[in-house]
Design a protein around this ligand. Structure first.
Ligand code: UD1
Length: 416
């Protein structure tokens, strides 16, 4: 198992370009099976979750290749609608294939999807929504078997604005005869990106980014060349890495609007942040001050930045509280941070963090993607050497994380 070895204490400085968003690219790859023509995803990040989706496509009969950072997909020869356990269970995003396969074949047979160990992560909302679209669903052990004579149109009310469910309904309905509406839809910017991608292929989808989305079915979709939005979570992670090391960096290919809650928190926290078109410049202003926040669906504070923000609060002045409202088991990183000298106590879904002067280097283990990133940030701050084991999890969502940090002056190496 690969690990990162970090000698803490270096201030980050320099420039990096933020990648296209993992959470945009994954449903977009599923959406690529809705046409027989070529789809090009510009600047596609080469992360493990993307390769896991591409392995699924290869199994289904699709073709793909990377050309200088662009992903070229051609799914004209797709000839299967089943996804076995070994391909479905490593990633949560395999669930997007459910809606896309149903749209294309009116049939889908997939093993229960997996993904990070951050809670139960059921797919009941996906299944209920597909049933609302006239899909017959059956669970045989861990297999989900779905079929429909045709995908019906409907008004679908979500009792929780689930990101993946909203995307699955869109993927399933885009070629239906008539109009489908989603009420209480998730409003994440990556859903707007999925709408833009499908509309660039000829779909008629309106309202993504608001709580009501209208999908007006079209007969077919054509190929496209699409540049996904920036990865707001990668951007936030590097901003927090800068704040925790007392550094100063410039991030390009960003849309500051999509990450304003974090930038506001950091501005009130002694950091200086300047925004110029797609560039975010961040300079730490010394010892950070603690603050409190609660994670919730967009536009509120993203759960995917909770762990990395916690690392900063561990070495901030005063007492901070963090309430995790999205996932029920997303504090796996707490025990590891405590090993490094952090003062954190968890009561239900709230963590109370009392700032300490500095963390201490230790051997710690990543158990999920963002929690793993938080341990790297802690290691950048810590006195002495930190070893983060199981970096496989981190590489699911960050491309070249160690190389990028090294280019910014961090002392971090990857060892096999
Ligand atoms: C997506 C993101 C993930 C992010 C999350 C919340 C992708 C590929 N992943 O995940 O990075 O952390 O949004 O912003 O875009 N739930 C159910 N039943 C369901 C579906 C969801 O109970 O059928 C629950 C989940 O267990 C979780 C909450 O709803 O507690 C939010 O899940 P959801 O918004 O669906 O997140 P994902 O699409 O899995």
């Amino acid at each position: 198992m690969d690990k990162y070895v970090i000698n803490g204490g270096n201030k980050l400085s320099g420039k990096i370009r933020i990648e296209s968003a993992k959470n945009s690219v994954l449903p977009i790859i599923a959406g690529s099976i809705l046409t027989n023509q070529q789809v090009v995803i510009k600047n596609c990040p080469k992360i493990k979750d993307v390769y896991a989706m591409l392995e699924i496509l290869s199994y289904l009969g699709g073709k793909w290749t990377f050309e200088q950072g662009d992903l070229i997909l051609n799914n004209a020869s797709l000839n299967r609608y089943d996804i076995p356990k070994e391909l479905a269970s490593p990633v949560r995003s395999s669930v997007f294939m459910l809606g896309a396969l149903l749209c294309r074949f009116k049939k889908a047979k997939i093993h229960q999807p997996g993904g990070c160990n951050i809670g139960k992560r059921p797919i009941d909302l996906h299944i209920l929504a597909l049933e609302d679209l006239g899909v017959k669903t059956e669970c045989l052990g861990e297999q989900i078997i779905c079929s429909a004579k045709e995908i019906k149109t409907n008004n679908i009310y979500l009792n929780y604005p689930s990101v993946g469910t909203t995307e699955n309904i869109i993927l399933c309905s885009v070629l239906s005869k008539g109009k489908t509406q989603i009420f209480n839809a998730a409003k994440e910017p990556e859903i707007v990106d999925l709408m833009k991608f499908l509309n660039s292929m000829g779909a008629k989808i309106y309202g993504a980014g608001t709580s009501t989305i209208l999908i007006d079915g079209v007969e077919n979709l054509s190929g496209t060349e699409f540049t996904p939005m920036f990865d707001r979570i990668e951007c936030g992670t590097f901003m927090l890495a800068t704040a925790i090391t007392g550094g100063e960096i410039e991030l390009s290919n960003c849309n500051a609007k999509n990450i304003s809650l974090l930038t506001n928190k950091l501005c009130n926290n002694t950091c200086k942040i300047t925004i110029n078109n797609d560039i975010i410049y961040i300079k730490s202003g010394g010892k950070p001050k603690g603050f409190s926040f609660a994670t919730n669906p967009y536009p509120q504070f993203p759960t995917d930045l909770q762990a990395q923000t916690m690392s900063l609060l561990c070495v901030s002045e005063g007492v901070s509280t963090i309430t995790e409202n999205v996932f029920e088991n997303r504090f796996n990183h707490v025990n590891e941070l405590v090993k490094m000298g952090a003062d954190i106590s968890v009561k239900g879904k709230t963590a109370i963090v009392k700032g300490v002067k500095r963390l201490n280097g230790k051997t710690v283990t990543a158990t999920d993607l963002r929690g793993g990133a938080s341990l790297v940030l802690a290691g950048l701050n810590a006195e002495g050497q930190t070893t983060v084991e199981n970096v496989y999890y981190i590489e699911r969502g960050y491309s070249d994380f160690d190389k990028k940090l090294r280019s910014l002056g961090a002392d971090i190496i990857k060892q096999g």
